[in-house]
Ligand binder design. Structure first.
Ligand SMILES: Nc1nc2c(c(=O)[nH]1)N[C@H]1C(S)=C(S)[C@@H](COP(=O)(O)O)O[C@H]1N2
Ligand SMILES: [Mo]
Length: 314
């Protein structure tokens, strides 16, 4: 199976394929997700499972012409500072994390505030979404998520006309999350999106990957994924979502405001000291590739930033 050189892939081309595939996949992915949820986890097959074993050493090209990152890398090499700064140790320490029962409280500037149980979240029709993820540390993965557009959940609570931003919070539970007994970050981990970014079809709440339940270390039971932004925006194990009038102050902006901005759109063209690595290491392939503006999703999202200075609004 020939690897496609990244320079041969135009973002438009990838995106169009992606759109077609996503459309055609809804029902299949939902079916496989139900299989995954019914307790038969080992055999909860992804729609890609014929081409891609859920576990195993070999990376396999997916129909989007990106190479899926092997399951063992996606689940074994993680950033989850609530557990550990070490990527492999975080995966181990998260093993027994309790993800049930779980609730997500959605409120703030909305007409119908509501607390969703995990079961209610899983009742939204789940789709397979294959997305690139680019971490500011200079590595990337291609991950087949299961999830659904965040817009579905936000529509259910009916934002008021004053709502302009969405603020997200990860669980705070130092007894379970030993990293929260340290002060490496301000806890709980907070992130935010502008409301139009949050409503964008590419923005999902992920509940699974590779057609299986989301492993604890990847942010179970429900996490955000906004694939045109650096990975740190995609916060894990969400318990609270608030609609706000003002721009939320996110954890990483508090930690290092000169380096991390609110938008955190993947952008290889920014000047230092802002995160600006022009290339990325593709985990599981030994390859280095050029980083693309908006992580290759420009066709879909560039209009959100029309007229904005991306150097100022990093
Ligand atoms: N709550 C929480 N969310 C988080 C993080 C974290 O430490 N805590 N790390 C972020 C970073 S830096 C990245 S790159 C992605 C990594 O997601 P993955 O480990 O599932 O690949 O999660 C993001 N979400
Ligand atoms: Mo990251």
């Amino acid at each position: 199976m020939g690897k496609i050189d990244p320079s041969e892939i135009t973002p438009e081309h990838v995106y169009l394929n992606r759109r077609q595939l996503i459309k055609g996949m809804g029902a299949l992915a939902a079916a496989s997700f139900l299989a995954a949820c019914s307790g038969d986890r080992e055999r909860g097959a992804s729609p890609l499972s014929s081409a891609t074993p859920a576990t195993g050493p070999a990376a396999t090209p997916d129909p989007l012409e990106d190479t899926l990152t092997p399951y063992d890398d996606v689940t074994g090499f993680v950033n989850f500072y609530e557990f550990s700064l070490s990527k492999t140790e975080a995966a181990e320490l998260a093993e027994d994390f309790r993800t049930s029962p779980w609730e997500v409280e959605v409120g703030g500037l909305v007409h119908s505030p509501r607390t969703f149980t995990l079961e209610e979240i899983l009742a939204y029709q789940q789709q397979e979404r294959i997305y690139r993820m680019r971490c500011v540390e200079g590595w990337s993965m291609v991950i087949p998520w299961t999830g659904f557009p965040l817009s579905r959940l936000l529509e259910a609570v009916d934002p008021t006309s004053e709502a302009r931003f969405v603020r997200f919070e990860t669980l705070y539970d130092p007894e379970q999350m030993p990293g929260q007994k340290t002060s490496v970050l301000d806890w709980p981990y907070v992130e935010g999106l502008r409301l139009d970014e949050a409503m964008h079809d590419l923005t999902i709440l992920a509940t699974g990957l590779y057609g299986k339940q989301l492993p604890p270390q990847n942010g179970a039971p429900v996490r955000l994924v906004a694939p045109w932004k650096y990975g740190f925006k995609s916060l894990k194990s969400i318990v609270k979502i608030d609609l706000t009038a003002d721009m939320p102050v996110s954890t990483w902006v508090t930690a290092a405001p000169s380096r991390y901005g609110f938008y955190a759109n993947v952008n290889p063209n920014l000047s230092p000291p802002i995160a600006s690595q022009p290339t990325e290491r593709v985990i599981g392939t030994g390859r280095q590739r050029e980083t693309e503006l908006f992580n290759g999703y420009g066709e879909a999202v560039a209009h959100l930033y029309a007229g904005m200075d991306l150097e100022q609004n990093f």
